[in-house]
Design a protein around this ligand. Sequence first.
Ligand code: BT5
Length: 322
Amino acid sequence: MYDEVMDCLINADGYVSGQELAKKLGVSRQAVWKAVNSLRADGFEIESVSNRGYRLRSLPDSLNSAAVKAELKTAVIGRELEILDSVGSTNDYLKNLGAGGCCGGYAVAAREQFGGKGRLGRTWESSRDKNLAFSVLLRPKIAPYEASAITPLAGLAVCKALRSFTGLDCKIKWPNDIIVGRKKLVGILTEMSAEFDAVEYIVIGIGVNVNQGEFPEEIAEKATSLLLETGERTDLNKLLARLLEQLETEFINENLELSRNALAEYSSLCATLGREVEFTRGGRRLSGAASAVNALGELVVNLPDNTELTVNAGEVTAQGIY
Ligand code: BT5
C-alpha cells in the first residue's frame, strides 16, 4: 500500500482526500492513513488538512524506491529496484541475487554502505545518506572476451548523466573514474560471473560522492563531491533516476558494443588522453603518452622509442590527475 499511496500523492494535483484514495486503491481509510504515516516516517513531508485531504509537500532527502521510480523513465534498468537501508557492498548483495537468477536490469542502492569495495582489493568510502552507492545487473548474451566495452560504456554513461544533471565539466580518467579537475567524483567497479564461453551476469557498481562535504584524511586530497563543486545539495533520488536512464541509453540502445559514436564521445571526454602516463608491464615501470582508446576500450600508449603499446587493465597513473 505504501508504494500505491506514494504514487497517488506524487501524481496528484493538489490535495487528495483519504476517502478518494481509499476508494481508488480498494482499501480502508485506516489503511491509507497507516501508509501515510509510514511515508512520513521515511521523510516524505505530507500535509493533511481536514475536509481537503493529503498533499505531498516534499520528497525525502534519503534514498527511497518510490521517489526514484516516480522520476524514472526506463524500460529495463532499475525497473526492479531495491533500496537497502544498510549493506556491506551493493555489488556483493547483487551478485548473490544474480546467482539466484534475478532479472537483467535489476538495481540495488543503499542508504549506507559500510564495506564498499574498490578495484584490486581497495575500499570505497561513503557516508550514510550523503552519497550514491548502487549496482546494476546485466545479462548480456555475449562471450566473456566481448565484455570489454562494458567498463568504458558505464564510465561514459555516468559522465554524460553528471554533466547534464549538474552542468559540471566532468571528465573520464581511463578506464572509468569520473573526475572534476584533478579530483575523483565517482568510482566504478565492474564484476563478472562467466562460464568459459558465456557471460552469466555482470554487476556494475557505482559510487558517486554527492552531498559529502568532508572526506577522511587519506582521501581528502584526491576526492571531491557534487556539494564541494557546486556549493549545492543534490536530490539523491532524482540523480539516481538520471544515472539509471543514461545507463539504459548506453547499454540497451547501444547493444553493449563500443560503437564508433560511443568511442568518439568517450575519447572527447577522456582526460587521460594527451597526458604522460605510467604503468607496469612485465615487472617494469614504463611511461609514455596516452594517445587513444581503441574499440576494445584499451588505452593506446606511445613510448619514447616510438613503439605503441595497449594497456587493458591494472593501474595507470596519469600526470596531473592522481
Ligand atoms: C573504484 O576503485 O573507484 C571503484 C569504487 C566502486 C564503488 C561502488 S559503490 C557501489 C558498489 N559497491 C561496492 O562495494 N563498490 C561499488 P579504485 O579505482 O580501486 O579506487 C579506490 C580508491 O579510491 C581507494 O583506495 C581510495 O584511495 C579512493 N577512494 C575511496 N573512497 C573514495 C571516495 N568516496 N571518493 C574518492 N576516492 C575514494
